[in-house]
Design a protein around this ligand. Structure first.
Ligand SMILES: [Ca+2]
Length: 133
């Protein structure tokens, strides 16, 4: 079943009560949300035009994206596209993953890991499964 996958959905699925809201976003450090795709067109929402999730939220804060299908799913980020870069990584046990980083060097700040796409290689920010708001 296709779905819109956001951090709020991940939070509500695992937390008895929401500890924060989007408007007042003050999440805990090192938060990892698992967003799992399924059959059909899933939208992985990692940002809106006014907010990048998993930015400046402590080492380890990120979205863990499972079952991303470049042929049908999309990943939503806050533009510009040039603010991001991808790193192919070894996920262990012969698996690969692609990490999405936010490049903050123009601000003299450390790069921020935004998300890991498990089992994914050979993707590009130039292909429209990445949507930049
Ligand atoms: Ca899907």
């Amino acid at each position: 079943m296709a779905a819109v996958l956001t951090r709020l959905a991940a939070i509500s699925a695992t937390t008895p009560f929401p500890p924060w809201t989007v408007a007042g976003a003050a999440p805990g450090q090192a938060e990892i949300d698992t967003l799992g795709g399924s059959q059909g067109t899933d939208q992985f929402i990692l940002a809106y035009s006014s907010k990048v999730y998993y930015d400046r939220e402590g080492f380890g804060g990120m979205a863990l994206i499972l079952n991303f299908n470049p042929g049908e799913d999309t990943v939503q980020l806050k533009g510009p596209k040039e603010s991001y870069f991808l790193v192919l990584a070894d996920a262990g046990l012969g698996a690969v993953r692609t990490d999405i980083y936010l490049d903050k060097s123009p601000l003299s700040q450390p790069e921020q890991l935004i998300a890991q796409l498990q089992g994914i290689s050979d993707i590009s920010l130039d292909i429209p499964y990445f949507i930049f708001l």
